[in-house]
Design a protein around this ligand. Structure first.
Ligand code: ADP
Ligand code: ZN
Ligand code: ZN
Length: 745
């Protein structure tokens, strides 16, 4: 409603999809939208030579520019502003991650809305019998035999049928119109995703919870009406998902919505099917596989409240909700929740911020919580609910370390491991072999002179692939044919060094010719159906061998696997990135969680060259939580997150001297600023070359800002950005800022 007391604005501050961190002022056009001008309405404007879709952020009476010089907007697109909660979160995100608001809003909006399409969901026709139609029988229609059959069909469906379902049965629009003309049927137009009456929430009964689950659910029920963050820390298979489902049932019963975030790898057809089996109400999925039209439908269904359950990957955190009731972040430790380019947000952290804003509960679920979350739980900021038993009552398998030193290996596997595989297959069970490297071998080496195949564009080795035969850089995707001879010395004795999934697969196929071997990695599953098909075969339970990368480590239920083999556990132990150990422990624990899920106890064999490494032995002997306590103590001493806040500025350029020089002057400028502001405890470290300095032919340098105070860190970051944006020097290179970086690479 136009408010008579407030004069119409003379200036509209509009957010536009550009990297520039400010609003652009326009004059309103001649004709305002019927409800007047409001923040959140989309407008079309001219910008330079282009036309852009922007979003009104401010309605003002003044501008820093002279108002007459401002261009008028070309057209308004919305009378109804875009959702308030979405706009609020977008503004928070832009501020927190120091990203341009226009670009932030643009990126978090469905593509069709970015393009200026109307806020309208697709619809279809639903046909139902009228009261009169319900009284008639097919015979009454006499010679109109097909109309009679159509009447009988609709009588079987009291809630009606949609047009396409009717024509799929061979009926025509003509026949439908025939019934309508006789007053027997009527049609209505409705959105594809339509709300179901609230009394029909469940489609199948819930499971009876075990004691631990029941205690956890009861605790969650206490806190449904306020901001209450909970860490649901339960071993793999302990029934966390069942708790989510039962909690969501209660939330829907209160007329509210549930937003569930899962890692990319976790949004499988099984997960979705499990939610859809349980609930009769619409469960909408938000993921990259949707068409633009489907995504807009889902978004609008969430915003209008027609969809009470929204399940999606990280970007789903920006889905508008009409009646938010709970946010659940499953596998909250997972790296895919953080966007690693452009707008570098962390969906888990935004989930907490959003839940606080709406004053609703937020649940972080994981078998291997992130250290940040564990530290928050320990400090009393989150409730810490534990599930220690599997729903199937088996204790989770322990890791058994197997010393690889001095032992011959075939395709990465040493004799005791091979014996264990054989025994498991003989017992009629399945084996999962985890190897965190796809391809045939990590590289190709010359036996005569020691030459190694290296990428010309990156500081990295090329991976040898056999299917098809070629050398591939896993960092820049460069492909190269296999050389016939060593380019340095001409020797023909070139051999693969180490093992990747293809080589282990080949070895296992040779050792166990009777048993099917399924390889699961990015190469073998380029097509989505391949993965689903393989997993369906595996779930049928016949003995088999599975070889795979971390695609296999997460999310999938593999009830017949009773032996898990980790080919090499050492990658994360001595890496330079301070989070590598945490991530590596999480991965090991997740892989181990695949063993013995159903009725068989499992074993997990972990091959290592460092069987006396203190971190690894602590993990094997006392488990993930004991290790995290130890790592947290190390982080405290080293002044690293979660005890300090970090931001990483990354600089890149094709010229190594240039990128380093500019990063150095940025560092000096920040340091000079910090020296003047002694109350700001932020430290500026670097610049240093990135761990992989050269990637795709470009040189990477980084500068770290570290602080005990988040607000001071943010002040320093925005100072640095201002400096970079105004320094003519910095224009020559690419730079980006990563608040709370998850990796230092
Ligand atoms: P998580 O999410 O912790 O990995 P799930 O909820 O997926 O665990 O449960 C693991 C398995 O145990 C599933 O097959 C699930 O159907 C079953 N399950 C969970 N809770 C119960 C229960 N209370 N009674 C029987 N089976 C259960
Ligand atoms: Zn050579
Ligand atoms: Zn490369």
């Amino acid at each position: 409603m136009p408010n008579k007391d407030i004069p119409p604005p003379k200036v509209l501050g509009v957010a536009l999809p550009t990297p520039v961190r400010r609003l652009f002022d326009y004059q309103p056009g001649a004709e305002p939208p019927p409800s007047g001008w409001h923040p959140g309405q989309r407008v079309r404007v001219s910008f330079g030579r282009r036309e852009l879709v922007g979003i009104i952020i401010e309605c003002r009476q003044d501008s820093e520019m002279s108002i007459d010089k401002l261009k008028p907007i070309l057209a308004w697109l919305d009378d109804t502003p875009l959702p308030e909660d979405w706009l609020w979160l977008g503004r928070f995100t832009a501020r927190y991650y120091q990203h341009a608001l226009g670009d932030t809003l643009h990126q978090t909006l469905p593509v069709l809305l970015r393009q200026g399409r109307p806020l309208a969901a697709r619809t279809h026709e639903r046909w139902q019998l009228t009261e009169d139609g319900k009284q008639h029988s097919a015979r009454d229609l006499g010679r109109a035999r097909r109309q009679g059959e159509l009447l009988a069909l609709l009588q079987q469906h009291p809630r009606g049928l949609i047009h396409s379902a009717i024509t799929a049965q061979g009926f025509t629009r003509h026949q439908l119109e025939g019934l309508r003309n006789k007053g027997l049927a009527h049609r209505q137009t409705e959105p594809l995703i339509v709300a179901t009456p609230p009394r029909h929430v469940l489609a199948e009964p819930s499971l009876t919870l075990n004691q631990e689950q029941a205690t956890a659910l009861a605790a969650l029920h206490d806190g449904l009406d306020r901001f209450s963050p909970t860490l649901l820390h339960g071993v793999t298979g302990s029934g966390k998902t069942e708790i989510y489902l039962q909690l969501i049932e209660a939330i829907i019963g209160r007329g509210r919505q549930a937003l569930v975030l899962v890692p990319e790898i976790g949004l499988t057809p099984q997960t979705l099917a499990r939610f859809r089996r349980r609930f009769q109400v619409p469960v909408v999925a938000m993921h990259s596989g949707l068409t633009d039209a489907e995504r807009l439908d889902a978004w609008l269904a969430a915003w209008s409240g027609r969809a009470p359950i929204i399940i999606g990957t990280r970007s789903a955190i920006f889905t508008p909700l009409s009646a938010p009731g709970v946010i659940i972040v499953d596998e909250e430790h997972d790296g895919s929740l953080k966007q690693q380019d452009g707008l570098r947000y962390h969906a888990r952290d935004l989930a907490l911020v959003r839940a606080r804003h709406h004053d609703i509960p937020v649940i972080l679920g994981s078998a291997t919580p992130a250290l940040e979350s564990l530290a928050n739980a320990r400090a009393g900021h989150y409730r810490h609910l534990r599930l220690t038993q599997r729903a199937s009552r088996h204790a989770p398998a322990r890791l058994e370390l197997i010393d690889m030193r001095g032992r011959p290996n075939r395709g990465g596997l040493i004799p005791p491991t091979i014996d264990a595989i054989e025994a498991t297959l003989n017992a009629g069970h399945q084996v999962l072999v985890f190897i965190n490297r796809r391809g045939f071998a990590p590289t190709l080496a010359c036996q005569a002179c020691g030459w190694l195949a290296e990428c010309h564009l990156c500081d990295a080795r090329l991976t040898l692939h056999r299917q098809p035969p070629q050398l591939v850089c896993h960092h820049c995707e460069a492909h190269r044919p296999l050389p016939d001879a060593c380019p340095d010395c001409g020797s023909a004795d070139l051999r693969p060094l180490g093992a990747g999934t293809e080589r282990t697969e080949e070895t296992l196929a040779g050792l166990f010719p009777e048993t099917p071997v399924h390889r699961i990695d990015r190469d073998s599953t380029r097509r989505k159906e391949t993965l689903e098909k393989t997993l369906a075969t595996v779930r049928r339970g016949a003995p088999c061998l599975l070889v795979g990368t971390q695609m296999l480590a997460k999310g999938h239920h593999l009830p017949h696997v009773t032996l898990v083999v980790v080919v090499n556990a050492d990658a994360g132990l001595y890496a330079s990135d301070f989070r590598a150990l945490e991530h590596s422990a999480q991965l090991l624990e997740q892989v181990a969680g695949r063993a013995g899920r159903a009725h068989h106890p499992g074993r997990v064999l972990v091959q290592t060259l460092h069987s006396d490494d203190p971190h690894l032995t602590l993990l094997a002997e006392q488990g993930y939580e004991a290790l995290t306590e130890h790592i947290l103590e190390e982080r405290r001493i080293a002044a690293l997150p979660p005890y300090r806040f970090l931001a990483l500025a990354r600089f890149e350029s094709p010229r190594d001297d240039e990128v380093m020089a500019i990063a150095e002057s940025a560092a000096q400028a920040v340091q000079a600023m910090l020296d003047q502001h002694r109350h700001n405890p932020t430290q500026c470290l670097g610049p240093v070359p990135a761990p992989m300095e050269r990637r795709q032919g470009r040189y990477h340098v980084q500068l770290m800002l570290s602080s005990t105070h988040r607000s001071k860190l943010h002040e320093s970051c925005s100072w640095l950005i201002d400096w970079l944006e105004t320094s003519p020097y910095a224009r020559r290179i690419r730079w980006s800022l990563d608040i709370d970086p998850q990796t230092l690479s």
